[in-house]
Design a protein around this ligand. Structure first.
Ligand code: PLP
Length: 228
């Protein structure tokens, strides 16, 4: 199967209101260009250096998403162009993103990564830490005006147990809804830099389940580009 065929097949299974991030990590620019020529404009990478090399070589109407774990000292390399950072899991990292965004006079959109899996190896915030970060950025005195929290990201446990995965996705969705209500209906969280519109969950193996559970953004790699 060609990348183009894979992409179009996946797209046909995704509702219009769900955004597809084509996860192109480890793949050569030629592969990404095949997806680009088939209409794809959002790519996800998990290493800043690799993403930057691709950004330099590829058309400038591409939106680049950082989906991997980010080290604070590397934020500066992507601050001028990155469109969405999915894996923000500490206030320290968010503060660094804000600082680098300020230097480039931009606002960088971020998702807060929530820990939903049973595996200890996965990164992410718990609900208490999430509340703390939201509280912090809301206060204008803290000067976080160059970052915008647009939602949450989560990764389920690596397992074949669909019930387990579903439980984890629904858990994330419930946290998302709770905050989205605060930020829209109640208005208690309504600030310019906190707008809950994106729930990033679902990969090649579980994206359909994720969409059923309320995902608005899926990150799909191997089903488009083949195994890594
Ligand atoms: C690699 C990766 C994906 C894509 O995984 P596939 O199983 O290849 O679709 C999605 N999200 C994150 C955070 C990843 O690191």
């Amino acid at each position: 199967m060609s990348i183009k065929k894979n992409l179009l097949r996946i797209k046909s299974t995704i509702p219009e209101n769900v955004t597809l991030v084509a996860v192109s990590k480890t793949k050569p620019v030629a592969d990404l260009m095949e997806a680009y020529d088939a209409g794809q404009r959002i790519f996800g990478e998990n290493k800043i250096r690799e993403m930057t090399e691709k950004w330099e070589q590829m058309p400038k109407d591409i939106q680049w998403h950082m989906i991997g774990h980010v080290q604070s000292n590397k934020v500066k390399f992507m601050a001028k162009y990155v469109n969405l950072i999915h894996g923000v899991d500490s206030l320290k990292l968010l503060a660094e993103i804000n600082k680098q965004a300020q230097k480039h006079n931009r606002i960088i959109d971020c998702l807060l990564q929530i820990y939903i899996a049973e595996e200890e190896s996965k990164f992410g915030l718990d609900e208490k830490e999430l509340e703390e970060i939201l509280h912090f950025i809301q206060n204008e005195k803290n000067g976080m005006q160059n970052t915008r929290i647009v939602g949450l990201m989560g990764m389920s446990t690596f397992t074949d147990n669909q019930n387990q995965i579903k439980k984890e996705f629904l858990h994330l969705k419930s946290i998302f809804d709770k905050i989205a209500t605060k930020s829209t209906v109640e208005g208690s969280l309504k600030t310019k830099n906190c707008q809950f519109i994106t729930l990033s969950m679902g990969m090649s193996g579980d994206y359909q389940l994720a969409i059923e559970c309320g995902s608005t953004m899926v990150r799909i790699g191997s089903s488009i580009f083949g195994n890594r």
